[in-house]
Write a protein that binds this ligand. Structure first.
Ligand code: RTP
Ligand code: MG
Length: 137
């Protein structure tokens, strides 16, 4: 089943010079392709839409501060079961719980600064793609 997903390399990944490392892992996966890619600094309005499910939670404000603290790389990745696949490449939210070999397991530090976002379902992917790449949606 071919799918599309939204992937963000968070500001920590960009600051630490890990764009190539993370994009490379996605790119090397056979059968997936990157169909849009952009370096962009996110403002509060975009983040409020993107993280709508988290508005009001205790970690929301520090999350927005972090996510707007520098540029992110936003990309669209397409391919076979890519939604589940990029989540697997990323590993669980908490980098300490993430298996070495996953992006968060290899490079993550604290829960908030976990390098990568990837849509968690087909519904999320369609919603998030409209926010970041309206021309694609
Ligand atoms: P993402 O949405 O960024 O792909 O990550 P996720 O699904 O694995 O995690 P989610 O629960 O959706 O949380 C979104 C992001 O908020 C930050 N976070 N901080 N307790 C905390 O301090 C906390 N919990 C979550 C992380 O950056 C997480 O990826
Ligand atoms: Mg999430």
């Amino acid at each position: 089943m071919s799918q599309r997903t939204l992937v963000l390399l968070k500001p920590d990944a960009v600051r630490r010079g890990l764009i190539g490392e993370v994009v490379g892992r996605v790119e090397r996966k056979a059968g997936w392709r990157i169909t849009a890619l952009e370096l962009r600094t996110l403002d509060r309005a975009v983040l409020e839409q993107h993280y709508a499910e988290h508005v009001g939670k205790p970690f929301y404000e520090p999350l927005v501060e972090f996510m707007s603290s520098g540029p992110v790389v936003a990309m669209v990745v397409e391919g076979e079961r890519v939604i589940e696949g990029v989540r697997t490449l990323a590993g669980p939210t908490d980098p300490i719980a993430a298996t070495p070999g996953s992006i968060r397991g290899d490079f993550g530090t604290i829960v908030r600064e976990n390098l990568i976002h990837a849509s968690d379902s087909e519904e999320s992917a369609e919603r998030e793609l409209k926010i970041f790449f309206p021309a694609f949606a």
